[in-house]
Write a protein of this length. Structure first.
Length: 119
């Protein structure tokens, strides 16, 4: 059972990155998937969430209109497209799998991927 994030890196302000999270070892479609960010010295915060079968999404106010979360249940993948990046988006980004409504299980975290927005 694991989540593996990839796609982080160094990007200039205004640039874009696409994060990926590969899931394995559990029934992916039964889990709601989320991306969290944790900046140095700060708590981990929710960035975006997408439900399992329905694909309903919600976003933190700070990223609305700039970030898009999506998932491919056939490939057991979740993505975070990040556009118009700002220095304040600099953080480690984590993928979280949480059992969807009506399903039993436990939360699964990935190891994180670093995103740095700087000129």
């Amino acid at each position: 059972v694991q989540l593996v994030e990839s796609g982080g890196g160094l990007v200039q302000p205004g640039g874009s990155l696409r994060l990926s999270c590969a899931a394995s070892g559990f029934t992916f479609s039964r889990y709601d998937m989320s991306w969290y960010q944790q900046a140095p010295g700060k708590e981990r915060e929710l960035v975006a969430r997408i439900t399992g079968p329905g694909g309903e999404t919600n976003y933190a106010d700070s990223v609305k209109g700039r970030f898009t979360i999506s998932r491919d249940n056939a490939k057991n993948m979740v993505y975070l497209q990040m556009n118009s990046l700002k220095p304040e988006d600099t953080a480690v980004y984590y993928c979280l799998a949480k059992p969807g409504t009506g399903w039993r299980g436990y939360d699964i975290w990935g190891q994180g991927t670093q995103v740095t927005v700087s000129s």
